[in-house]
Every structure is written in structure tokens, then in C-alpha cells.
Design a protein around this ligand. Structure first.
Ligand code: ADP
Length: 238
């Protein structure tokens, strides 16, 4: 299992690395012949590759760290829409062009979260939505407050990332957040993956006192909706 993991992971790491190298090489070889827009686009693509690489390395480190204990989260008030825009700006040059992002998040909505952890969760969920749904289908990102269970309890915020892809078969949903889990159809399919992203998302969400789950009928085209909750920020009151 360990050997298989290393082979798979090395393969995954090589893809963004090749992309970064390729674009930087093009820039250094042909800089004088490229107009400013093309240079900018090549740099954006290289940056996107770096971000991919960072996500993978973070996922792997979080998974393999001794006893898999995550570092204690550095909780602060995070404005959700700002973070989502930041993450999607990085994704936009390549993948984002194929999937319009429909963001519906109140301007001032804040959660109590670790910024790095939350960024990693969004990167995993949004890149999965891009990866597993057909080109030109939109990806929806929503966030809204939900009623506190009891009066006086801190409010929770529900965040979701929804796509219009093949969905997740109900029979496989209970195992979806396990380490190395990939759906049967993807084990032999063309889409690459390590089966670590959702496992890490669950660890990160739970360490920030939230829950994560999937909603999907498993019918192609109806897609998947990944939802997670996080405590709301107490100031200002929502
Ligand atoms: P990876 O994508 O690297 O394999 P993840 O842990 O992120 O790992 O996802 C686990 C598996 O769940 C994927 O391999 C894929 O089979 C399935 N999956 C994840 N997100 C989606 C999605 N949005 N639509 C369809 N299947 C998905």
C-alpha cells in the first residue's frame, strides 16, 4: 500500500511540476518575442501549477504526519467571500475558464477559522468540482448562516460547493471521506487523484469544530454538493 501510495503521489507531483517548468522555460527562451499579455498568461499558469503543488504537498504532509495529528488551528475571523475570491483567482487561468463560478455569499459573512486550513478546504473542493464535472458546467459556491441549535449558542455557517457532474453513488458515500478513497469508476478512469483531498477536508473541518458531508443522488448531471459548517464569528452579530 505504501509503495502504491508513493508511486501515485510522485505521479501527481510531477504533473504540476512539469507545467511550472514548461511555462518558465517558454518565458526564458522566448521572452523577447512574447507580448505582455502572453507573458502574463504564462506566469499565471506557472503560478497555478505552484498552487496545485502546494495543495498536494499540504495534503500529503497532513496525511502522513506522525499520528496524523494536525497542528492546532489558528482561529480568527475570516471573511468568507474574500477567501473564496482569492482561491478562485488562482484557479481561474486554466481550470476556471472551463467552469463559470457562481458565488452566492453575503458580503460580510465571517467564520471562525484557520485561514490556511479554510483555503486548503476550498482548494480541494473546488478543484474536485472542476476535475470531475464536464467542461462548461458551472460550479456554485454558497454560504449562509444556519439557526443556532439552542438560544445563546454560537451561530454556525453552512458553506457548500456544488457541481453538475456525475455525482457520488449513494452506496459509496459512507466511505467518501476515508483515507485513499476513490470511487470505483475513477480507479480505472482517466482522472488523476490520490484519494486524500476529502479525507484532509474532513480532518481540517473537524479540527475547526465543524462537520462535512455530501449530498448527491448519484444521478449523472445532478452533480454533487459538498457541505461543511464552521462556527460563525461573534462580531459583528449576523
Ligand atoms: P482525489 O480527487 O485526489 O482522488 P479526493 O479525496 O478529493 O481525492 O476525492 C475522493 C474521490 O471522490 C475521488 O477520487 C472521486 O472518485 C470522488 N469525487 C470527489 N469529488 C467529486 C466530485 N465533485 N464529483 C464526483 N466525484 C468526486
Amino acid at each position: 500500500m505504501k509503495d502504491e501510495f508513493i508511486i501515485n503521489v510522485s505521479h501527481e507531483l510531477r504533473t504540476p511540476l512539469t507545467q511550472i517548468y514548461g511555462y518558465l522555460e517558454l518565458l526564458s527562451e522566448y521572452q523577447e518575442h512574447l507580448d505582455a499579455d502572453t507573458q502574463r498568461a504564462f506566469l499565471d499558469n506557472a503560478k497555478y501549477g505552484c498552487d496545485e503543488l502546494m495543495l498536494l504537498v499540504n495534503n500529503i504532509l497532513n496525511t502522513t504526519r506522525a499520528s496524523s495529528k494536525l497542528q492546532a488551528p489558528q482561529l480568527e475571523d475570516v471573511t468568507v467571500i474574500q477567501l473564496v475570491k482569492e482561491v478562485s483567482r488562482l484557479l481561474t487561468p486554466i481550470e476556471g475558464a472551463k467552469h463559470p463560478l457562481k458565488i452566492s455569499i453575503p458580503e460580510h459573512l465571517k467564520v471562525r477559522a484557520d485561514t490556511q486550513y479554510l483555503r486548503q478546504i476550498f482548494r480541494n473542493l473546488i478543484s474536485n468540482a472542476f476535475k470531475y464535472s464536464p467542461s462548461d458546467t458551472p460550479v456554485f459556491i454558497d454560504a449562509f448562516p444556519i439557526m443556532a441549535k439552542q438560544p445563546g449558542m454560537r451561530q454556525e455557517i453552512c458553506i457548500s460547493v456544488k457541481d453538475q457532474g456525475p455525482g457520488i453513488p449513494p452506496a459509496e458515500q459512507p466511505f467518501l471521506f476515508e483515507k485513499f478513497m476513490r470511487l470505483q469508476r475513477d480507479l480505472s478512469g482517466p482522472i488523476r487523484g490520490t484519494g486524500l483531498g476529502l479525507y484532509i477536508c474532513k480532518q481540517l473541518v473537524e479540527t475547526m469544530h465543524g462537520r462535512i458531508w455530501i449530498e448527491s443522488t448519484g444521478i449523472a448531471g445532478e452533480g454533487s454538493r459538498f457541505c461543511f459548517t464552521l462556527p460563525g464569528s461573534s462580531f459583528p452579530p449576523l
